[in-house]
Design a protein around this ligand. Structure first.
Ligand code: TXA
Ligand code: MG
Length: 316
């Protein structure tokens, strides 16, 4: 196994402290949960979250699950009430993820929710994960710690083999007990199974005293991120703009004179970190057409262009 540059941290106080310090400094640290190993980053740090997508080689910004040590911390960032609160009481900590409205003013990177107004949250049932989340004292975004399109890791060695050299550390907590990802439930407008997983749907239905709605065939849990114009500013977007037409504002990339620049130095991680912030800023400044500089179709540039194409697509 080739772990060059990736620290393997032991499941003790020193390992937890090191993992927490790295996460607080914006590093990527894989950690065990009861389901699978997560690829963790500080969910309040735009650059750290952008690096998750870079490390996984994800071609698009689908929203990520945010991990917290308990329901009280969940309430700092999300609105947890009604059916969602009942499920949280019954099944947290455990392999259940709830998609909830973001609490206004929560210090979450918009990349975590791919610009949506909801956030997926969960409280893992794994002592090391719990200790780490307490020590970091920030919400931690964590998809499964595998490269895009590969199977999810259930041991630290899987993580090192797949992502060694691309992430700062792995906290080694042995094998994961559940071995499949968490069950995801949304509430818009009724309790809906968005992804089957480690907590059986029957248990959730027994707690609610009602059947869960199911996604329509063909829908996937990442559907919100795949809607053509799911996050789009009101103003029209013109992509690959090499000139500026009268009345347009420029969302720049690289060394150009621009209204806002995703990365003057042409750094794709910086551009991803700025993407939703800049789109929201331009949107808040009114319905004035936006031209966007060309962005290379490599690395994170693919996910950035995917998102920009959706934002530029014709609206319903
Ligand atoms: O077991 C798990 O859940 C693992 C461990 C590491 O905790 N994590 C995991 O995370 O599977 P991730 O990021 O790979 O799963 C994210 C899923 C995606 O399919 C995404 O579309 C859905 O959750 N999701 C996230 N935020 C959402 C939102 N706001 N609305 C709808 N779906 C959302
Ligand atoms: Mg995954």
């Amino acid at each position: 196994m080739d772990g060059s540059n990736t620290e393997v941290l032991s499941a003790d106080a020193a390992g937890i402290a090191r993992a927490a310090a790295l996460l607080r400094a914006g590093a990527l640290v894989s950690f065990p949960t009861e389901t699978v190993y997560g690829l963790g980053a500080d969910a309040t740090n735009d650059t750290a979250v952008a690096r998750i997508f870079e490390a996984k080689g994800r071609p698009r910004f689908n929203p990520l699950i945010v991990h917290l040590p308990d329901a009280a911390r969940v309430r700092d960032i999300a609105v947890l009430e009604g059916d969602a609160a009942r499920l949280a009481d019954a099944f947290w900590p455990g392999p259940l993820t709830l998609v909830l409205p973001i609490r206004p003013g929560a210090a979450l990177s918009p990349l975590v929710s791919a610009g949506l107004s909801t956030v997926a949250v969960r409280v893992p049932d794994q002592p090391l994960a719990h200790a780490l989340l307490i020590a970091v004292d920030h919400p931690i975004a964590a998809p499964s710690a595998n490269p895009s399109g590969r199977i999810s890791p259930t041991e630290a060695a899987h993580v090192v083999a797949a992502l060694g050299g691309r992430i700062e550390a792995v906290l080694d907590g042995g094998a994961c007990a559940v071995g499949v990802e968490s069950t995801i439930v949304g509430f818009d407008p009724v309790p809906t199974l968005l992804r089957p997983g480690g907590l059986p749907a029957e248990a959730i239905e027994a707690c609610l005293g009602a059947k869960l709605a199911m996604l329509a065939p063909g829908d996937t849990v990442s559907a919100p991120g795949q809607l053509q114009s799911h996050y789009a500013p009101r103003a029209g977007l013109r992509l690959n703009a090499t000139d500026l037409r009268p009345g347009e504002r420029l969302l720049g990339f690289g060394p150009v004179e621009a209204t806002l620049n995703l990365s003057p130095s042409g750094d794709l991680v910086e551009a991803a970190a700025n993407l939703f912030h800049h789109l929201h800023r331009l949107d808040s400044e009114g319905d004035v057409p936006i031209a966007v500089s060309p962005i290379p179709e490599t690395g994170l540039g693919r996910a950035i262009n995917d998102r920009l194409r959706r934002a530029a697509a014709p609206r319903e």
